[in-house]
Ligand binder design. Structure first.
Ligand code: FRU
Length: 326
């Protein structure tokens, strides 16, 4: 029988929709495969702040030793996270933030910097002049607010680039389409779109194509995941001009959580690196991610082998003890 876990970690995930969130969980599980003493319990809030608050409170009642929270919207989830801290349960915020400074550690990309990087890249694509528009993520999520703020701040350095406005999305491919169609029809001068993730960037590319403007309008997304129809693939196929890498950070969050639980030193702010993925580096990056995926397969195979060796050893030991006893 497996021994009781030494640490129980609760994970309040805003959504399990899409491969980016799946990659986050896979990263956590990869890290946990080295730590059998830790049990992870994830609750999925399905993009609903009300549900997420309840789930955080439920995990607290169940007595988890630490919480990892990726908040759907910053404001509504804040009180539940503050309650955890008040009860002495450490909280690692992952990817998105709450509206308060009361948390133990943050792990994720610098979304303000991502917005700024998008603006600078847009300026170079447009040779510093033209009209742009933005496709925002869920209003109320910290990632949306920070990406938007960074984009606007850095664009201010280019007086000949003007933003004609924004449409609000929910990070998925289709919901942005009607509003974007309307915006692009009203503004034939738009020549670049900054979409807050690659899913919405793909939706934007489909709208541009529908309107016969795919050559005129450049598109920048965020995430840069591997896999069919994800950022790397979309950039390689020329549907997006660039995607700004935004790592899901599952492993890093788990490592920070473990340091906190073991009372080892940890950093409060853990900023994951980013880079612009475009036609100049997309093939190299794709090769690297393919290689990493195959190495991961090797690790899994080795773990399986170790497990079966252990089982063989255990059964041989039973036989041996049986012989000794007779
Ligand atoms: C996934 C996602 C990513 C995005 C991040 C922002 O749910 O929408 O595509 O970069 O969340 O928090």
């Amino acid at each position: 029988q497996a021994p009781a876990p030494r640490y129980r970690i609760g994970f309040s995930q805003c959504s399990t929709n899409g491969p980016w969130r799946q990659a986050m969980l896979a990263g956590m599980e990869r890290e946990l495969s080295f730590h059998p003493e830790v049990a992870l319990r994830m609750l999925n809030a399905n993009d609903n702040s009300q549900v997420q608050q309840q789930q955080i409170r439920q995990l607290l009642r169940e007595g988890v030793d630490l919480l990892i929270v990726s908040p759907y919207e910053a404001g509504p989830v804040t009180p539940a996270v503050e309650e955890a801290i008040a009860q002495g349960v450490p909280v690692v915020l992952l990817d998105r933030r709450t509206a308060s400074a009361r948390y133990t550690a943050y792990v994720g990309g610098n979304n303000l910097e991502i917005g700024k990087t998008a603006a600078r890249y847009a300026a170079s694509l447009l040779r510093q002049r033209g009209y742009v528009a933005e496709v925002l993520g869920t209003p109320g999520s910290s990632a949306t607010a920070e990406r938007h703020q960074g984009f606007v701040q850095a664009l201010a350095a280019y007086p000949s680039i003007r933003s004609v406005g924004q449409v609000e999305g929910d990070w998925t491919v289709n919901t942005v389409k009607p509003a974007l169609r309307t915006l692009l029809k009203a503004h034939p001068e738009v020549s670049l779109l900054f979409a807050h993730n690659d899913g919405m960037a793909r939706g934007a590319a489909e709208v541009c194509r529908e309107l016969g403007r795919e050559r005129q309008i450049k598109i920048i997304g965020v995430d840069g995941l591997a896999g069919a129809n994800e950022g790397l693939d979309l950039v390689r196929r020329g549907l997006l001009d660039a995607s700004i890498l935004y790592a899901p950070g599952g492993e890093e969050a788990m490592r920070t959580a473990l340091s906190i639980l073991r009372r080892q030193p940890y950093r409060r702010e853990n900023t994951l690196g980013t880079l612009v993925i475009d036609s100049t580096n997309v093939r190299t990056l794709q090769q690297q991610t393919d290689k990493m995926a195959s190495q991961q397969q090797d690790i899994l195979r080795q773990q399986g082998l170790l497990q079966s060796l252990r089982a063989t050893y255990a059964s041989q030991r039973t036989v041996l003890y049986g012989l000794l006893a007779t």
